[in-house]
Design a protein around this ligand. Structure first.
Ligand SMILES: [Zn+2]
Length: 320
């Protein structure tokens, strides 16, 4: 099996692979096959085509999922995926087209962003941890709320180019990247609330949310020939804006819809925008750059320094 074949297997839709393996995937979550799971703890990150369990910490891509669930070694897992290739792609396509999502109801949410309110947790995250510029946070109309379980969420509105609200991403502010077992030894009340936040997913989207390109309203402010930075995800976009650059964020090249691609090409042609990118210092980051470079041939590559895995980390280093 050559490199190209292998990449094809890695690029099979992870949720389609999970379903072919018998897991029931709902809202990007499933019961974890790696531990005795009773609440869906396995989460799928479609933009990176990976899975991760909030409880046992198992993580990986399509091949790892097959290895783990079917107890196969690497080569056998690849063979299985190659055999199932067509079935996975076809069934997953049929299923995705069957889901008729209700459209996003902007009128229900618009008022939250008219007078944004930031909780202590949100302010801590945005201004202390991320050291973002207050003007950027205001421009992005970030707001916060607490749900009935006491989980603090940062609410991130997505607008289209005309400034119309088209989707919302909720980010769980209690979510930290450590394994639950590490704190289970001595759970105090305060730690327990941290653990509860851990079991809630990191991101949530109201029904029908269209969260593809982030910060589209900035395009209206773009002068001909100006620089525009493309980041992966909104955190890096806030850091880029705080550093004084005009920026938009994309979830991933594979998630870009034809109309998003068209929009970027129009900006490219009409404004002769100079596109820039600091890809994440990992393989998916570089792959995303190459995919975007095909759409935007003048996209310029900038290398993050060693020890900075993404632009947010680099920005923090610049701020110190
Ligand atoms: Zn697990």
């Amino acid at each position: 099996m050559d490199k190209f074949e292998l990449q094809k297997l890695r690029d099979l839709p992870i949720e389609g692979v999970a379903e072919r393996l018998g897991l029931e995937v709902k809202m990007h979550m499933a019961l974890c096959p790696f531990h005795d799971d009773h609440h869906a703890s396995l989460s799928f990150k479609v933009s990176r085509n990976t899975f991760r369990c909030f409880v046992c910490g198992e993580s990986g891509g399509t091949i790892d999922l097959v290895k783990g669930v079917l107890h196969k070694d690497f080569l056998d897992a690849c063979r299985w995926l190659a055999d199932e290739n067509n079935v996975i792609v076809q069934e997953f396509k049929v299923q995705s087209s069957r889901i008729q999502e209700k459209p996003f109801d902007a009128s229900r949410y618009e008022r939250f962003f008219e007078r944004p309110w930031l909780s202590i947790e949100a302010r801590k995250f945005l201004f202390e941890e991320r050291k973002l510029d207050e003007r950027v946070v205001r421009w992005c109309r970030l707001t916060s709320w607490q749900d009935k379980k006491g989980v603090n969420w940062l609410q991130i509105p997505y607008y289209n180019q005309e400034g119309k609200l088209v989707g919302i991403q909720n980010r769980n502010l209690g979510f930290k990247k450590f394994k639950v077992q590490e704190v289970q030894g001595s759970i105090s009340n305060c730690q327990l609330s941290t653990v509860n936040c851990q079991l809630v997913p990191r991101f949530r989207f109201p029904q029908g949310s269209q969260c593809s390109i982030y910060n589209l309203p900035i395009l209206k402010l773009l002068q001909p020939g100006e620089d525009l930075y493309i980041t992966e995800g909104c955190s890096d976009c806030w850091a880029m804006l705080s550093a004084g650059h005009k920026a938009i964020a994309i979830p991933s090249a594979t998630l870009l819809k034809p109309k998003d691609v068209e929009l970027l090409s129009i900006v490219n042609c009409q404004l002769s925008t100079r596109f820039h990118m600091f890809p994440d210092r990992d393989e998916p980051g570089e792959r995303l750059f190459l995919q975007l470079k095909e759409l935007l041939p003048n996209l310029e590559h900038h290398q993050l320094p060693l020890g900075c895995k993404d632009y947010s980390e680099y920005y923090l280093r610049l701020e110190i």
